[in-house]
Unconditional design. Structure first.
Length: 188
């Protein structure tokens, strides 16, 4: 398992080792001990989630405020997405910047998105299955979002805007400048 810090060092790409032959492949998709060793402290994931979506579905940008903020470990089981993490930590030198990483069933990459980041993804292939672990339960009263098309963020979603499919909730999110953001606390 390989851990790669992105241009925002708290967002980490994880590349698992894939053992393949003519029969197929085997991969350890998660090792708590290796992740904790890399980070130098423990993360306790408590819930797994999964979604299936068609091409152009955009989910995000979502986050939860403290005390229900979440660290997410995301991956694609089938298909392909462009995954995005936006730094919304007050006082961070990378506030308002984002990391985007293509995750697919082929590359088996995962992305560790810490607390203090808004998260979203756009589906690049039909019938994509997306899975993630979180370290805090869903909390409707702490659920927040940022507009996926906020011009201050300038995210290139790699899908024509007229082909995007969003939930009613995601079409009405606020701009980062008006959002309640992460004001400290533990990242993971």
């Amino acid at each position: 398992m390989k851990f790669i810090r992105t241009e925002i060092p708290d967002v980490i790409i994880i590349e698992p080792t894939v053992f393949g032959d003519e029969r197929g492949y085997f991969v350890e998709t998660f090792r708590q001990d290796k992740l904790n060793e890399f980070l130098g402290f423990d993360i306790n994931f408590i819930q797994d989630n999964e979604s299936k979506s068609s091409y152009g579905v955009l989910r995000g940008l979502h986050y939860q405020l403290a005390p229900a903020a979440q660290t997410k470990l995301v991956r694609v089981i089938k298909g392909k997405v462009l995954d995005v993490a936006v730094d919304i930590r007050t006082g961070s030198p990378t506030f308002g910047q984002y990391v985007s990483v293509e995750l697919s069933e082929q590359n088996k990459r995962q992305l560790l998105v810490p607390r203090g980041f808004a998260h979203g993804f756009v589906v690049l292939e039909d019938d994509t299955v997306f899975a993630y672990k979180v370290d805090n339960y869903y909390s409707p009263e702490n659920d927040r979002g940022i507009a996926f098309d906020d011009p201050a963020l300038g995210i290139n979603w790699k899908v024509d805007k007229d082909r995007l499919k969003l939930s009613a909730k995601d079409t009405q999110q606020v701009l980062l400048a008006k959002a309640e953001v992460f004001n400290g606390g533990s990242l993971y």
